[in-house]
Ligand binder design. Structure first.
Ligand SMILES: [Ca+2]
Ligand SMILES: [Ca+2]
Ligand SMILES: [Ca+2]
Ligand SMILES: [Ca+2]
Length: 474
C-alpha cells in the first residue's frame, strides 16, 4: 500500500467508454496452450496484491493471501486467504486478520515457506505502526502471531477510513523470505529500509528477531524485495524514488553473514528504470506502477548456484508507456551485474508491468510473470475489450535456465482484464504472486475477465484472484 495520487480525468473518461462497450471476453492465446485458469477467490468486491507460496515439504500444499476490497461495511476488512492441498486445483478460502488472532490486517501480505515447512506471513496493520510476523506450521490452515517487529521512532498513526484505510502509515511494503535456517523481513520504515531476521531450526522452531538494522543509503528507497543466498548472506533491493513518473534507480545491499554480526554493506547501483514511484500507464491508470524489483538467489548447488537474479520494469523511453520486463544477474554476490535481458518477447510498444520472479529450488530454473498488454492494439478481438489500445491486459510469463535468455513467452491468463473497470482504486494493486517448485510455476494475479465464469461480479467488474499451474517443459 502506498500513497496514491489522483487519477487523470482522461482515464476516467476511458473507463466510461469501456463500461459502455460490449465487454466481450476472448479466451485463447495467439499461439500455444493456455494453462487451466482457476478462480481462487470467487468473491464479491476486489481481491488484489497477491502473495503465493508452495510448501516444499508437500508441493500440493499452496497458500495465497491477498488484499480485499476496501468498501466493506466495517473495518478492518482483513485479508483473503486461500489454501490448497491438491496442487492448486481446489481451494479452501476465508478471511484472516479481520480482528481475529492476527489483529486488524490492512494489506500488503507477503508469504514464504522454508525447507522445514514453516509458512511465514507478514502484512500491515490497519492502525499499529509495527510489522506483524505470523507463522503457520500446518500449511496455512492456522496462523499465529510470533512477533511484532520494527517499531520505528515514535510517530502519530493515522486512522483513515474507506478507500484510504491504511494509507500514509509509517511502515510500508514489508517482504518476508525464509530459507537456510533464517527468516528475514525488510520494510520501508518511513524513509530508509529496515531489516531484521531470526534463526529457524525446525518446524515451529523460530528464535527471536534481533533488534534490526537500517540498510545504508536507502532513504526514500522502497518497493523492494529480500533474498537469502547459499551461505546465508542476505540481499535487499529497493527502488529510489518516492514519487513522480521519471527517474527510478535500483540499488542492492548485502549483509554478508546473515544473522552474524556484520551489517548490510554500502548500496550498489544496478539499473535505471525510467519508472518512477508512481508511473501512470494506460493499463494501470488509477494506481500507476513502480518498477517492482524482485530477487531470486540460486542455492541449489546446480550449474548456476550462487547466481542472484533481479527482475524489474523498465520504461524504454521515459513516459512512452512502453514498459518491459528485464532480468539481470550477478555471480559475485551483487557487486557486478549482467546487462539487462528483456523477458517479454513481443514486438509491440505496449505495456508490460508488475513482474514477479521465482526460482525453482529443485532445478535452479527461473520463472518470471507479469501483466501484459501486448494483444491490445485497440482493434478488437482477443486482448482488447474496448477498442482503446494498451488499456487492457492479460497475464503472461516466461521460463529461463540461466537468466541470460528466456524461452518463448506463455500466455497464462485465459481472459483479458481491464483494471480500471474494477473500480478498485488501486487497479491490479502494486504486485503479483509467484512460486516455482518441482518444475511447475504457480502464479497468482488479479483478473476481471471472468474467463472461468465464476466471478460473482461478472466480466469487467471487480477482480478475483486467479492462478494456474504452469509447467516448464523441455
Ligand atoms: Ca549480519
Ligand atoms: Ca513493452
Ligand atoms: Ca483496449
Ligand atoms: Ca472478487
Amino acid at each position: 500500500m502506498k500513497p496514491r495520487f489522483l487519477a487523470l480525468s482522461f482515464f476516467a473518461m476511458a473507463g466510461i467508454l469501456a463500461s459502455l462497450s460490449a465487454g466481450s471476453v476472448s479466451a485463447g492465446a495467439a499461439s500455444g496452450r493456455v494453462p487451466t485458469n482457476v478462480d481462487i477467490s470467487q468473491r464479491h468486491l476486489n481481491e488484489s496484491e497477491q502473495t503465493i507460496a508452495v510448501n516444499p515439504t508437500n508441493p500440493n500444499n499452496i497458500v495465497v493471501v491477498t488484499n480485499v476490497g476496501h468498501r466493506e461495511a466495517r473495518l478492518p476488512a482483513g485479508m483473503f486467504e486461500g489454501v490448497s492441498f491438491d496442487g492448486g486445483a481446489t481451494w479452501t478460502t476465508h478471511l484472516i486478520g479481520n480482528n481475529d488472532n492476527l489483529g486488524d490486517a490492512c494489506c500488503d501480505p507477503s508469504l514464504s515457506f522454508d525447507e522445514y515447512g514453516n509458512l511465514f506471513l507478514t502484512y500491515l496493520y490497519e492502525i499499529e505502526n509495527e510489522v506483524p510476523i505470523a507463522l503457520s506450521t500446518d500449511g496455512g490452515v492456522n496462523f499465529n502471531l510470533i512477533a511484532n517487529v520494527m517499531q520505528p521512532p515514535k510517530t502519530t498513526p493515522t486512522k483513515a477510513s474507506g478507500d484510504n484505510r491504511g494509507l500514509f502509515r509509517f511502515v510500508d511494503q514489508p517482504t518476508i523470505t525464509a530459507a537456510k535456517g533464517e527468516v528475514w523481513i525488510v520494510v520501508n520504515a518511513g524513509g530508509p529500509m529496515f531489516a531484521t531476521g531470526a534463526p529457524v531450526t525446525g518446524l515451529g522452531q523460530v528464535g527471536a528477531f534481533f533488534a534490526g538494522e537500517v540498510v545504508p543509503g536507502t532513504n526514500n528507497c522502497t518497493y523492494g524485495d529480500v533474498a537469502i543466498g547459499p551461505s546465508g548472506q542476505v540481499m535487499q533491493v529497493c527502488t529510489l524514488t518516492e514519487s513522480g513518473q521519471g527517474g527510478g534507480k535500483l540499488f542492492v545491499n548485502v549483509d554478508p553473514d546473515g544473522l552474524g554480526p556484520a551489517g548490510f554493506g554500502s548500496r550498489v547501483f544496478v539499473a535505471e528504470t525510467h519508472v518512477g514511484g508512481f508511473d501512470f500507464i494506460p493499463p494501470q491508470p488509477d494506481r500507476s506502477v513502480d518498477a517492482e524489483p524482485g530477487l531470486a538467489w540460486d542455492r541449489t548447488g546446480g550449474p548456476h548456484s550462487g547466481r542472484v537474479y533481479l527482475v524489474y520494469t523498465k520504461e524504454q523511453q521515459n513516459e512512452s508507456d512502453n514498459t518491459d520486463i528485464y532480468v539481470r544477474y550477478s555471480d559475485d554476490g551483487g557487486v557486478t551485474w549482467s546487462a539487462g535481458v528483456r523477458a517479454n518477447d513481443d514486438q509491440t510498444v505496449n505495456s508490460q508491468f508488475l513482474p514477479k520472479v521465482a526460482l525453482d529450488p529443485t532445478t535452479g530454473n527461473l520463472a518470471v510473470v507479469w501483466h501484459d498488454s501486448r494483444l491490445d492494439l485497440g482493434a478488437g478481438g482477443p486482448g482488447d475489450t474496448d477498442r482503446i489500445p494498451n488499456d487492457d491486459a492479460q497475464f503472461w510469463g516466461a521460463f529461463s535456465t540461466d537468466g541470460a535468455s528466456f524461452r518463448p513467452n506463455i500466455q497464462i491468463s485465459a481472459g483479458t482484464s481491464n483494471s480500471h473497470d474494477s473500480g478498485n482504486g488501486i487497479d491490479y494493486g502494486d504486485y503479483v504472486g509467484l512460486s516455482f517448485f518441482g518444475g511447475t510455476a504457480h502464479p497468482a494475479w488479479a483478473d476481471n475477465s471472468n474467463s472461468t465464469g465464476t466471478n460473482p461480479d461478472g466480466a469487467l467488474h471487480q477482480l478475483d484472484v486467479y492462478t494456474a499451474a504452469v509447467r516448464m517443459t523441455r
